[in-house]
Design a protein. Structure first.
Length: 459
């Protein structure tokens, strides 16, 4: 840590030099923080890798409590066999999260008196899931209208694939067999039964869990073929007392994915905000998200990131390797067909074409605002987008030329605009924002009010 602190001034100096170098770097500045899923007390994460009618869905388990109480019931469009279910590593979802998270970036103004650099003012970077006993059970199951279509173990999980004729029978069956199903399940199970969907049911095999040596439940990954590109969320609302956050990472060989039965809206982005937000970025992003979520009447999905996975600009984490992408469910990497998604050079250089486009969708939902499951579609839109927020540092050196004096006079207006932008994004009080904006301009230190009055010509 001490070594890092010693190297920081040198790193900043190197970055500053690169900003003025004639080479055309895509990003002149650096990333400083990201709004990943750790911001939220409980955020479900799902990865959907889809090409054509084939889908690989990876579900991160955010279960809190004793593992003996863990159980999930997920509607699936077809009967799954053991070969279609596996466990994977949490790290893969963490990598996708880090790569696609909204980010805070820094830029530094150049010396306005250095004519040689006058054309190099920082520009914003492009916006850029026992035989007798068994026979007796089977007779009881049939009386309830429940059929066990498949039964197998995968890793530390005992898996059942069920079909049912009516929701009351399915609810009774689950409770009789030791699954802790909350009240209200019958009502929410009925639409899936009417749609002839099957039910993927998993609970933890305690002996195998202890043998595995893992401290936490690993994500489950299922593969299936279906024309339906959807994600069931209604069962997750049964015992929800508050709003729930869901992050969906959709991996596609084409382009952006979007929700079709609810509006998909881009998160506010490319906003210049005050420097103090660097130390409060988590609170900033949570406040901003809640503000725009409320503004959109709490019933839209937000696009937080859309990019070809062969590049990034700026990179909040390195792009995933081909091996990591396969672990995340990308099954088409060995296809011989060329990618139809253009590769873009990133701040850390160009990466090999991945033929994978990622869309990060953030849904905050309640039962009344999201009465339907999420239905998606893939598009050919390969436009890049990211939630990106900019800190623009003023030049700190001496300003003796006319251009320097004009630059200095322009700063208060810029600071006020940053304050107004932050207030609008977060609903924070403008006066509180101004009070935090103590800025150093040139070799003189101004309080917020001094700079503001100077801009008005009253000081």
């Amino acid at each position: 840590m001490k070594i890092f602190r010693l190297l920081t001034p040198l790193l900043l100096a190197i970055v500053a030099v690169l900003c003025f170098a004639p080479a055309a770097w895509a990003f002149c500045g650096f990333y400083v923080a990201k709004a990943d899923t750790k911001l939220y007390n409980k955020a479900s994460q799902v990865v959907l890798a889809r090409k054509g009618d084939r889908t690989v869905m990876t579900m991160a388990n955010d279960f809190q409590g004793e593992v003996k109480d863990f159980a999930i019931v997920i509607p699936v469009p077809t009967v799954l066999q053991k070969e279609q279910v596996r466990v994977t590593q949490t790290k893969i979802i963490e990598r996708l999260d880090a790569f696609s998270a909204p980010r805070l970036v820094e830029y530094f103004d150049p010396d306005p008196c250095a004519s040689a650099y006058s054309d190099n003012l920082p520009q914003s970077a492009p916006a850029p899931s026992a035989e007798k006993r068994e026979a007796g059970r089977a007779r009881g199951d049939r009386s309830l209208g429940v059929t066990v279509e498949a039964r197998f173990n995968v890793g530390e999980y005992d898996i059942l694939i069920l079909s049912a004729k009516e929701s009351g029978g399915l609810e009774t069956w689950l409770k009789r067999n030791g699954y802790k199903i909350p009240r209200g399940a019958k009502q929410l199970l009925q639409p899936y039964i009417r749609s002839s969907m099957k039910f993927f049911v998993a609970k933890v095999n305690l002996d195998k869990f202890e043998e595995s040596g893992y401290q936490f439940l690993r994500p489950l990954q299922i593969s299936y073929k279906s024309p339906k590109f959807m994600l069931p969320i209604r069962l997750g609302m049964i015992n929800a007392t508050t709003e729930q956050d869901l992050i969906v990472y959709i991996l596609s060989p084409q382009g952006q994915a979007e929700i079709t039965n609810y509006r998909t809206v881009k998160i506010p982005s490319d906003a210049n905000i005050p420097l103090f937000v660097k130390d409060e970025f988590s609170e900033f992003y949570k406040s901003m998200f809640q503000t725009v979520y409320t503004k959109e009447n709490r019933k839209v999905g937000f696009l937080e990131y859309a990019w070809d996975m062969g590049s990034c600009d700026p990179c909040s984490a390195d792009p995933l390797t081909p091996e990591e992408l396969k672990e995340a469910g990308v099954f088409w990497l060995n296809d011989n067909s060329p990618s139809n998604v253009p590769v873009r050079p990133g701040f850390r250089g160009s990466f090999p074409s991945s033929s994978v486009f990622i869309s990060r969708l953030h849904v905050r939902y309640t039962r009344d605002k999201f009465p339907e499951d999420l239905i998606f579609q893939q598009t050919a839109n390969s436009e890049s987008f990211q939630g990106r927020y900019v800190l623009q540092h003023p030049f700190q050196g001496e300003l003796k030329c006319q251009a320097g004096r004009e630059y200095k006079r322009s700063l208060p207006k810029r600071f006020e605009q940053e304050a107004q932008t932050l207030a609008k994004l977060t609903n924070w009080k403008i006066q509180d924002i101004r009070n935090k904006m103590n800025l150093s301009v040139g070799n003189l230190t101004y309080s917020w009010w001094e700079t503001f009055l100077s801009w008005l010509g009253l000081n």
